[in-house]
Design a protein. Sequence first.
Length: 409
Amino acid sequence: MWDRLLDHMLGGFITTGALDVTYPDGQERKYGAADAPPVRIRFHDEDLPRRLVLSTEMALGEAYMDGGMTIAQDDLEGFLTLIIRNAVASEHLWWRKTALGLRRARRIFDQWNPAHRARQNVAHHYDLSSRLYDLFLDEDRQYSCAYFSRPDMSLEEAQEAKKHHIAGKLLLQPDMEVFEIGCGWGGFGLTLARDYGARVLGVTLSEEQHRIATDRAARAGLAGRVRYELRDYRSVTGQFDRVVSIGMFEHVGVPHYREYFTHVNDRLKPDGVALIHTIGRAAPPGSTSPWITKYIFPGGYVPALSEMSRAMEKSGLYPTDLEVWRLHYAETLRHWHDRFTTRETEARALYDERFTRMWRYYLKASELTFRHHRQCVFQLQLAKHQQAVPLTRDYLYADGPDARQHAAE
């Protein structure tokens, strides 16, 4: 029965490209265009068709992790590209509408992130072995979208460009006080202190990140200018010249958006400026993959711009700039995936084969979602009044009209 149900679902789902499936009983079935070169997969687990019918995304990810499904030549990119492209075109199917509806109905529960739960969620991902992140991140451990201002940039160059692009939007002056919500392993705060003379307070809920960031500040001789604290951003008081958050908003949770933006407003001085950098969806509000929620980012969610705007509008903040990065994160993830795969032996030594396959699946699925499924990055610059920043973006670019004018003078 389950084989027949899955056969029916795949028949309506695969409308672009082609998929050849060998079922557990040895039967081979073909889906999609007859003249397209197929992606070939094999089911080894007799229970997999049932699980795919009942919870498709969860079962698919777990089957790849566990070896219950194999892909010919282990062509994970080809397989996920096929699945994601067809997923985009199939939301009208009854079983897809049902699954997406059930996921949206759980959003309030899944994204309810009071301080104690937020700490647990962060620990799940960010308190993994620090050696794992050394396998694929750049030397500064930037774990967010890089900025490829030139297509031939290395990952290190693009991550450095990202930090300085954001710093430019903060319009920093020496000795300005900066509050960083979600400091990661400390790289951005150290850049602000070293290159811009800022005084930085960074907070994180990850014990591993806090330990490494604090050690890095001490070794760089910047402990007097940068301090990192293990605490929830909502417990911070006082006001700062600048507030910045890079890659943390995805962990806030929709029920807490208004609280978040109100907190940003409260932490800013009257002439202050904030910059929020987050993954976003160029689509209406949605939900998080159950596989991502269980294995990668519990409590995580990629916001629609409408959800961010609705909460921001009630906070008293003025949106002074919005920039949308499209394929920059796809390129970042490509670099991460390729670096990780070249060091998979080390990853297996740290964890095991199942974890290694899970991590590769996560990196490649994330990359292809940015390429094929309307996912992007938003950079939202905010202030308490509209004159806190220049009237144009020319200040960001060395070859802008203002820069040329100043050079001529």
